[in-house]
Design a protein around this ligand. Structure first.
Ligand SMILES: Cc1cc2nc3c(=O)[nH]c(=O)nc-3n(C[C@H](O)[C@H](O)[C@H](O)COP(=O)(O)O)c2cc1C
Length: 265
C-alpha cells in the first residue's frame, strides 16, 4: 500500500493495511486499454458489486447500460467531447440515474409520485448511481481491469438518451470506460490533497485546512511535469470553474434535466 504515491514523498502511512486498501490506494484513471475483453461473467460480478452498494431507502434508483458495439462506442465517444478512449475500451458502462422505474411503478399502481419531482429525489438518483459505480470500479480493479469515469456524457444528455433509448425520467450521469490497463500509458497514481486539508476533527476549520494547499500545489505540479503537463492544482480548480463557459455546455443541465423528466423543484 503506497501512501507516498498518493500523498507525495514526505507522507507517512498508518500502521494498518489490507488487500482492499492496497487496491483502493493504487487506483488511477486508465485511458489506454489492452486487448483483453471483459467477459460476461466478469460483467455480472462487477454489476453485483455495484448493486451491493448502499442505496437510499432501498430505492435502487439507477440502471447501467453495457455498451460493446464499436459503432455505438464511437458515437458515445464523440458525444462525450471526442474522448477516443471511450471507443478504445472493450466495455463502456453508462450509469443512469433512474427515476423512471419508480414512475412506472406509480403509473401501473395508479398513484401519485409527486415526491419524485423534487431536487432531493434527483440527488438521491445521482448519489446512489455514483456509489454503485465506484463499487464497480473497485470490483473491476480486483479482476485486473482499469477504468475511467466519463462525465463528458453530460455535455449532450439528450443525445445520449436518444442513442441508448433511455426512457423518460432517466439521465446518463456518467460513463465508465473499462478494460485491461495498457502498461505503456503515461500515467501514475495521482497525488491527492494531504489529509490535513480534508479531514477535520469535531469542527470544520477552513483556515487550518487551507494552509496545506500550497504544498499540494507543488506536489501536483511536479506530478504534472512528469507527464508533460503544466500547472498546479489551484490553477486547475479555478480554470475548471471560472464561469459557465468552462462547463462544456453543462451550465444548461438544470433545464435539460427538466426536459428529461427530472424536474428538481
Ligand atoms: C464523475 C467523474 C467524471 C469524470 N469525467 C472524466 C472525463 O470525461 N474524461 C476524463 O478523461 N476523465 C474524467 N474523470 C477522471 C478525473 O479526471 C480523474 O479521476 C481525476 O483527474 C483524478 O485522477 P485519477 O482518477 O487518476 O486519480 C472523471 C472523474 C469523475 C469522478
Amino acid at each position: 500500500m503506497s501512501f507516498t504515491a498518493r500523498y507525495g514523498p514526505a507522507a507517512t502511512g498508518p500502521a494498518v493495511t489490507s488487500d482492499v486498501l492496497a487496491l483502493q490506494l493504487a487506483r488511477r484513471s486508465v485511458r489506454r486499454f489492452g486487448p483483453r475483453d471483459v467477459t460476461g461473467d466478469e460483467l455480472t460480478a462487477i454489476v453485483a458489486a455495484a448493486q451491493s452498494a448502499a442505496t437510499s431507502s432501498n430505492l435502487q434508483p439507477w440502471s447501467v447500460v453495457a455498451v460493446r458495439d464499436p459503432d455505438r462506442k464511437k458515437r458515445l465517444a464523440a458525444l462525450a467531447g471526442d474522448q477516443a478512449f471511450v471507443a478504445q475500451a472493450p466495455l463502456f458502462l453508462v450509469w443512469v440515474a433512474d427515476l423512471g422505474r419508480a414512475r412506472r411503478l406509480a403509473q401501473r399502481a395508479g398513484v401519485p409520485l409527486d415526491g419524485a419531482d423534487y431536487l432531493e429525489s434527483t440527488l438521491v438518483g445521482f448519489v446512489d448511481t455514483a456509489l454503485a459505480a465506484q463499487n464497480a470500479v473497485v470490483a473491476a480493479a480486483s479482476l485486473g481491469f482499469g477504468s475511467v469515469f466519463v462525465g463528458g456524457l453530460r455535455d449532450h444528455p439528450e443525445k445520449v438518451a436518444a442513442e441508448l433509448h433511455l426512457p423518460p425520467h432517466t439521465v446518463a450521469a456518467f460513463g465508465l470506460a473499462l478494460g485491461e490497463p495498457d502498461p505503456a500509458e503515461q500515467a501514475d497514481v495521482k497525488p491527492r490533497l494531504p489529509q490535513a486539508a480534508v479531514l477535520h476533527h469535531e469542527l470544520y476549520d477552513a483556515a487550518a485546512a487551507d494552509e496545506h494547499i500550497p504544498a499540494y500545489d507543488a506536489t501536483l505540479a511536479a506530478y504534472n511535469t512528469r507527464f508533460g503537463l503544466r500547472g498546479a492544482w489551484t490553477d486547475r480548480v479555478l480554470t475548471r470553474l471560472r464561469g459557465p463557459e468552462s462547463l462544456a455546455g453543462r451550465h444548461t443541465l438544470r433545464t435539460t434535466l427538466e426536459r428529461l423528466g427530472l424536474p428538481s423543484r
